[in-house]
Write a protein that binds this ligand. Structure first.
Ligand SMILES: NC(=O)c1ccc[n+]([C@@H]2O[C@H](COP(=O)([O-])OP(=O)(O)OC[C@H]3O[C@@H](n4cnc5c(N)ncnc54)[C@H](O)[C@@H]3O)[C@@H](O)[C@H]2O)c1
Length: 353
């Protein structure tokens, strides 16, 4: 095998053309893009021309018959399972966008196909590639925040009704703001804490937008991690982009980490910590002078989608297991299912084992 993985892209829409393809070309020295496919053939041709890709296809079969070793699946979620199975049977390694699939049964089929074909699968948890998130995780896991008490992750966007949009057709998307954006936030907190979510509750509503089908535009979720810490995940399709905070907030017995704008497609953001060397005695005055312990982080971010391609290409070239697995994806489906059930039944639901 050469020192570059040959890639194909399935689904050349927003995220592929805006982020992953340009960042693959610019940042991933161990990857080469040889073919793109979209059910909209004109779209595939347009993207191929824009990025100088040798082949443009209108079917998966055509792309999978070509000399590609890995595919990036960035089609709507209801196609992820079928395309993963098809790609695995053709012997291709798979990087699949979130949400991984629309049911646990689909994840089982994907896992069986990948195991049978001996191909690698990675879920596109790109938020793990943000340099601030990596720093926050290191601090939490080194014990710098003490015992973890609470983590909050927010991701929002303004997403009005758009005729024909798959996200607004529940038969294709299977969910709204929670599934689309909350899955990133749920994984990010679990990954930072190193602890899975075991119990959930929350509200999901269609508050503002008149979508064609009832997907939620408002999701405010409360979770408990196995380590005992609580979490808040808030996702909205009805807040102006300029007003969004995309906040990451982590609190423990020795301090906090506060980030703004890191949960998103840009590799940037701001972050500071307020950390004490140890848990302190009781201060009846509850002094809140944070300056002595405040530290700002100025880290250099690199495109998170390009890093994902580099990481998975390395896993293929060096025959290593990818860090975001099918098991993570199955867990993610179970957490989201439990949240929708909790919201529907207005109660706390345990995440299925
Ligand atoms: N990781 C992230 O930050 C991130 C961001 C946005 C979207 N996504 C995910 O990426 C996927 C695509 O989202 P998007 O925003 O790019 O959507 P999009 O609507 O902008 O693009 C989807 C593209 O897929 C094509 N398509 C539709 N059905 C197809 C099929 N069966 N096979 C191949 N192509 C097909 C469409 O013609 C379109 O060009 C979704 O799973 C979404 O959740 C991830």
């Amino acid at each position: 095998m050469s020192n570059k993985v040959k890639w194909g892209v399935i689904g050349c829409g927003g995220i592929a053309a805006r982020r992953t393809i340009p960042e693959l070309k610019k940042l991933a020295a161990n990857a080469e893009l040889v073919s793109v496919m979209d059910t909209n053939a004109a779209r595939a041709r347009e993207v191929a021309a824009q990025f100088g890709v040798p082949h443009a296809c209108a079917t998966e079969a055509e792309l999978l018959a070509q000399d590609v070793q890995a595919v990036y699946i960035a089609s709507p979620p209801n196609a992820h399972c079928r395309q993963t199975v098809q790609a695995a049977r053709a012997g291709k390694h798979i990087l699949c966008e979130k949400p991984i699939a629309v049911s646990v049964a689909e994840v089982d089929q994907m896992e069986a196909a990948c195991a049978q074909a001996g191909v690698k699968f990675m879920l596109a948890w790109c938020m793990r590639q943000n340099v601030y998130h990596q720093q926050a995780r290191e601090l939490v896991q080194s014990g710098a925040l003490g015992r973890m008490v609470m983590g909050r992750a927010q991701l929002t966007c303004w997403y009005p009704p758009i005729p024909g949009a798959w996200r607004q057709d529940i038969a294709l998307s299977h969910g709204g703001a929670l599934l689309d954006m909350g899955t990133h936030c749920l994984d990010l907190l679990e990954w930072i804490f190193g602890s899975p979510i075991i119990e959930v509750t929350g509200f999901t509503d269609l508050l503002i937008h008149a979508y064609a089908t009832p997907i939620e535009d408002t999701a405010t979720i409360l979770v408990r991690f196995r380590n005992g810490a609580h979490g808040i995940i808030d996702n909205y399709f009805n807040i102006p982009d300029a007003a969004a905070q995309n906040a990451l907030e982590l609190f423990g017995t020795k301090g906090s980490i506060i980030a703004r704008g890191t949960i998103g497609q840009e590799p940037t953001g701001q972050m500071f910590s307020i950390l004490q060397a140890q848990e302190t005695g009781y201060d009846a005055a509850q002094t809140r002078d944070s300056q002595p312990n405040r530290r700002e982080y100025k880290l250099e971010g690199r495109g998170i989608y390009g890093q994902m391609i580099t990481l998975f290409s390395d896993c293929i070239l060096q025959d290593r297991p990818p860090p975001a697995s099918l098991a993570d994806g199955r867990h993610s489906v179970k957490v989201v299912n439990a949240i929708y059930q909790a919201a529907r039944e207005r109660r706390v639901v345990e995440v299925a084992a």
